[in-house]
Design a protein around this ligand. Structure first.
Ligand code: DGJ
Length: 543
């Protein structure tokens, strides 16, 4: 479908939803309960106002959280139909002089978030931002010997803060505690859902700190807290290992030592904040290749990459979750990352993902893996002077999904928490895929469908999810896909048909019918969905 047609369809859908709904994401009525993450049977939910909530997010560019830049951020959020803005707060701005705090930008964000009826996730850009310390306040930058960087293997300077500096850690913890304490008072209605502590911590350019002080620690004993059998097992090491880092971890010693050091520092900062405010906290990861087990000098070492999650969990218990920033469009890799960060001890949340159309499909994978939210990075035009039409086109693919998901966000969050959602996304080979549903099996093929034909997508952007509400009752959602059911198991060999395929929308907890699909819209194999996502409440029957 051409962009214009998509936009018209989306506008109609938005209008319909606006007429039917109040904003289900926004039920703040004064002092509410603090957002919290709960776990049941290894699955997780983010509770907001006491009920599972799905973050339909978007992250602003790094330098956009200034009052003069915010209008374009809100334009993007509105365009996307997002319910949550992820936005940085800057240590250098908040503590311009030692011990003197300025929360004016935090106030602006809280006020504007409430005016727009959009929640916030605040990103604490402090000791680490993408491995460097460029957001440390000036008074720290001017004292490099008090707040040093790490030293590389051959003594070379590395643009990455040392995790072994007590003074920096105390300063960060004090400032973070001040921020969290401020939020506790200024945000009793819980506009803020979560806080990210630092940003993509770790080091580029050196696997660890080789300074004399760090070397001494490295040659010391591995801390008891890390020598628990279950942790060693998860790290593929003998469960009774003990001794120095090299003795216990062999070739992985340098990276694991750095991960432990960075995680302990951030764990300390996080714990200081948690003392005064129990909001969920997380740390985001610059990923390593999730499949090839690459050497640590090829990625940002020390951050919560998939191989060191157990180390982070042991070192930083005040952190509720470790979150992958996904900039790997290829389906095998992106899906592997989602699988690796969906753990019974780690709620899945994708705080950053590319904003291009090729990434949108992973929203479905995140839901099927029990994720609590999804948030493309760099949503605003970042001062480029983009026109409205350009913003619309740039954000169209995620906007369509959020337009669909917004009014049924509570249902999606609940179904995801209950493990009722299964999804498939189109891979680079465009092949059809199956979803097992007990006594039914669905085959999903991808492409723009005519009545009998499917025209293959030129790019792998198709997606589908199936929510299983009962043995024969499903909600089918997707775009550029074609569903085809087959009776299997107890139903194998039986004649069957669609009892009813209802197209519509869940609004405020009730399904509102747009039409009953029948005839060409369900024959020829099964229901097809074009470029605009649709929600099909579908019941099958055997005869
Ligand atoms: C990942 C970082 O976490 C973001 O802050 C931003 O720098 C993006 N990379 C840029 O692509």
């Amino acid at each position: 479908m051409k962009n214009n047609a998509i936009l018209v369809r989306m506008a109609t859908l938005s209008l319909l939803i606006a007429l039917l709904s109040v904003n289900t994401a926004w039920s703040q009525t004064g002092k509410g309960t603090v957002p919290q993450i709960i776990e049941k049977n290894g699955r997780h939910a983010l509770l907001v106002d006491g009920k599972p909530f799905l973050i339909l997010g978007g992250q602003a560019h790094n330098s956009s959280a200034w009052p003069g830049m915010m209008p374009q951020v809100w334009t993007a959020i509105e365009e996307m139909h997002a319910n949550t803005l992820e936005v940085p707060i800057y240590w250098e701005q908040i503590e311009p002089q030692l011990g003197k705090f300025d929360f004016s930008l935090v106030d602006t964000l809280l006020k504007q978030g409430r005016e727009h009826k959009v929640h916030l996730v605040l990103l604490w850009f402090a000791t680490w931002k993408n491995g460097s310390s460029h957001y440390m306040p000036e008074w720290m930058k001017r004292e490099p010997s008090k707040y040093p960087n790490i030293t590389g293997k051959n003594g070379q300077p590395v643009d990455s803060p040392s995790p072994h500096t007590q003074a920096a850690m105390e300063a960060d913890a004090k400032a973070f505690k001040a921020v969290m304490g401020y939020l506790e008072k200024a945000d009793q209605q819980h506009t803020v859902l979560m806080v990210q502590v630092e940003n993509e911590p770790g080091s580029w350019g050196s696997v660890r700190d080789y300074s004399a002080e760090a070397q001494k620690l490295f040659e010391g004993q591995v801390p008891e807290k890390l020598l628990k059998p279950e942790i060693l097992k998860a790290l593929n090491k003998p469960t009774d290992a003990k001794g120095t880092w090299t003795e216990v971890f062999g070739k992985d010693a340098d990276e694991y030592f750095h991960a432990w050091s960075v995680a302990s520092y951030i764990g300390y900062v996080a714990a200081a904040g948690k003392l005064v405010n129990s909001l969920p906290l997380y740390v985001n990861a610059a990923l390593r290749d999730p499949i090839s087990n690459p050497s640590a000098n090829t990625y940002e070492s020390g951050g919560p990459t998939d191989n060191v999650i157990p180390i982070w969990k042991a070192a930083a218990p005040a952190i509720d979750l470790l979150a992958p920033d996904i900039y790997l469009p290829e389906s095998e890799r992106a899906l592997k990352v989602i699988e690796l960060y969906d753990r019974s001890d780690n709620p899945l949340f994708v705080p950053e993902i590319g904003s291009g159309e090729e990434y949108t499909k992973y929203f479905y994978s995140v839901l099927a893996n029990g994720g609590i939210g999804f948030s493309p990075f760099g949503i605003d035009d970042n001062g480029r002077g983009e026109g409205k039409a350009e913003t619309e086109t740039r954000l169209a693919s995620i906007a369509q999904e959020y337009t669909m998901a917004g009014p049924m966000m509570r249902e999606l969050a609940k179904w995801s928490f209950e493990g009722k959602i299964k999804s498939v996304v189109e891979h680079e080979d465009h092949a059809a895929q199956t979803i097992d549903l007990g006594s039914w099996q669905a085959t999903v093929s991808f492409g723009a469908s005519g009545r009998q034909t499917v025209q293959a997508n030129t790019r792998p952007i198709g997606k589908a999810m199936i929510v299983q509400l009962g043995e024969n009752e499903f909600v089918l959602i997707g775009s550029l896909c074609h569903f085809n059911f087959k009776p299997v198991g107890a139903n194998a060999g039986k004649a069957w048909q669609y009892l009813k395929v209802e197209e519509g929308q869940y609004v405020n907890g009730t399904f509102r019918l747009l039409r009953i699909r029948n005839g060409d819209e369900t024959d020829w194999g099964g229901p097809r969905i074009g470029a605009v996502p649709a929600v099909l409440h579908t019941t099958l029957i055997t005869r």
